[in-house]
Design a protein around this ligand. Structure first.
Ligand code: NA7
Length: 542
């Protein structure tokens, strides 16, 4: 092991969070090292290169706002940006702000331990590097620890297998192949129409059907971009103050309860939202996410659309979601997903009634049938929100590990900090709006809050900041109470940790709204970092 080096901050991850954190800390005159497991920047958009991968937030919203020059000069091409375009953007940002010189690629952080005596984090990597740092910023992403397939017999499978979240860099050609895809979450819903166009036959193994709305994706006209750029500042401000990090003019969250309008008015509104495309239908009435009756009306409208599009009534019924309120699992946004089931070369296999028993050398076996496949695509999601953090050995005061601390509930204060883990920050951590929002807006808010906090500490001679246990408990209770006031806990979703066996069942993100959350964070800072303990620098004794 080489002699350990010291920096002001270690940042784990070079996605949009890590890159901006590096930029901000550099502006404070601080030294940082960013460790990145991938060979390039981009995080989520570096790994998830499966066919059809695309963001479900519109491109002109899903971008950094911190640099007016960047936002004016960058040209987006489509309403919803494709993965290659977002990755190009991430690379452009890295070049434009000369970020790469502080990023160590192909390097995974294995452990981060707080040395109480030295008041430093000791960080180790899988490349044998060790570095000490005053601050440790976890910019590890919410959907970055893939859920690994655990099917019996997988080792003996003779065909090719892929995971949507670890897609190869070279092109995968399914031409002439019998392909199986397991899962019907967002990744599958985006890739199925694309794979179906190539494969000889595509078998979709669906356990739980999902709600999906048409993207109505299209090229962006120069005129639209120009007019948007003229009012970008105001637009961004609206996004920051909104519920989901998307400007009101785009989401238009209705203030009206669904049952307070006539059935005709309700239908008109739902039709209008459906025609607009994207997940806006969830915001069609004020109570869609809080009142089951209101939710049922919207859900039934979407089921009707599925029955309208899919020719075979049995397939259509199997595709109709029935086990969770609409919006309580991340709504999917698709391009011709349901239409794809009208192709002759696509078969939907319901594995809720007839579960997958094992993978055989030749394919997939359910209780009732065997499917011979040349390739299997696992679109089975992620150990979301806490997975990427818990696969590192993170130790705070007294050797307490984050795994122990989060055994029952992922305790955080504001989703940003953890009591017992001084000078460690988590970007878009559990207990913050993160995945319930436009991630770019939440990332910028967190990074700015953290860098302002560090600037405050430097200015006032504080060496250590740590969330108090009381403030943390109060926050955890608040996140839980707000979650329970909605329909979200009714779904077996990855928001609830329900997709990973043994994971605690708690509603992990904060649904209080991006704008309200920002106000709380700003208040905390204004009140001298309420709920935090700040320790001054130690005076050297000669
Ligand atoms: P998701 O949304 O977690 O979807 C995973 C899918 O895989 C889902 O349909 C699961 O069915 C299915 N799955 C998982 N394990 C199995 C097994 N063992 N057998 C059959 N089916 C299985 O992940 P995505 O990658 O699609 O999307 C994650 C987020 O990324 C998305 O919400 C966007 O925000 C971006 P289940 O529902 O558990 O029955």
């Amino acid at each position: 092991m080489s002699e350990s080096k010291h920096v002001d901050a270690v940042i784990v991850g070079a996605g949009f969070s890590g890159m901006y954190m590096l930029y901000r800390l550099r502006n404070l005159g601080m030294t940082s090292i960013v460790y990145e497991a991938g060979s390039e920047v981009g995080g989520t958009w570096y790994w998830n290169r499966y066919p059809g991968a695309r963001c479900d937030v519109e491109s002109m919203e899903y971008s950094y706002s911190f640099s007016p020059e960047l936002e004016q000069e960058w040209e987006w091409t489509e309403r919803y940006p494709s993965q290659p375009e977002i990755l190009r953007y991430a690379n452009h940002v890295a070049d434009r702000f000369d970020l790469r010189r502080d990023i160590r690629f192909n390097t995974r952080v294995t452990s981060a331990r707080f040395d109480e005596e030295a008041r430093r984090w000791r960080v180790q990597t899988d490349q044998g590097e060790e570095v000490t740092a005053r601050f440790c910023v976890m910019a590890t992403g919410c959907l970055s620890a893939p859920n690994q397939p655990k099917f019996e017999g997988l080792d003996e499978y003779e065909g090719d297998s892929y995971h949507t979240a670890i897609w190869p860099h070279e092109e995968v050609d399914f031409t002439g192949k019998r392909v199986g895809i397991i899962g019907t979450g967002s990744s599958a819903i985006q890739s199925i129409p694309q794979i179906a166009k190539q494969a000889d036959h595509l078998y979709v193994f669906q356990r739980t059907p999902n709600f999906s709305m048409p993207a109505h994706n299209h090229d962006l006209s120069d005129e639209f971009q120009r007019s948007m750029k003229e009012r970008y500042r105001e637009h961004r401000q609206q996004a920051r103050e909104s519920a989901f990090g998307i400007p009101f003019e785009v989401t238009e969250i209705s203030q009206q309860p669904a049952l307070e309008v006539t059935p005709e008015e309700r239908r008109e509104e739902l039709k209008r939202r459906w025609a607009t495309g994207g997940a806006t239908i969830i915001a069609s009435f004020a109570d869609v996410l809080t009142d089951k009756e209101a939710n049922d009306l919207v859900a039934e409208f979407v089921r009707e659309r599925i029955r309208e599009v899919v020719d075979d009534p049995e397939t259509a019924e199997l595709l109709c979601p029935d086990d969770h309120p609409i919006g309580t699992k991340r709504p999917c946004v698709d391009i011709e997903y349901f239409e794809t089931y009208n192709r002759d070369n696509v078969s939907l296999i319901g594995v809720r009634s007839d579960p997958i028993e094992r993978i055989t050398p030749k394919g997939v076996r359910t209780g009732q049938a065997e499917f011979e496949l040349d390739a299997i695509v696992f679109a089975i999601g992620f150990d979301a929100m806490t997975g990427a953090l818990l696969r590192m050995d993170i130790q705070g005061r007294g050797g307490l590990t984050l795994k122990e601390k989060w055994q029952d509930v992922p305790h955080t204060y504001l989703g940003l900090t953890v009591s017992g883990f001084p000078n460690m920050f988590v970007i878009t951590g559990p207990g913050s709006p993160s995945v319930l929002s436009n991630m770019m807006v939440s990332i910028e808010q967190h990074v700015e809050w953290v860098s302002d906090c560090i600037a405050h500490m430097n200015e006032h001679g504080f060496e250590i900041i740590e969330a108090s246990a009381d403030a943390e408990d109060e926050w955890v209770q608040h996140v839980d109470a707000v979650g329970k006031s909605t329909l979200y806990p009714l779904a077996n979703s990855w928001y609830m940790g329900a997709n990973i066996p043994g994971k605690p069942r708690v509603f992990t993100p904060y649904i209080g709204g991006v704008g309200n959350y920002r106000k709380t964070c700003d208040e905390v800072a204004r009140e001298g970092y309420r709920g935090f303990e700040l320790e001054p620098e130690r005076v050297a004794v000669s």
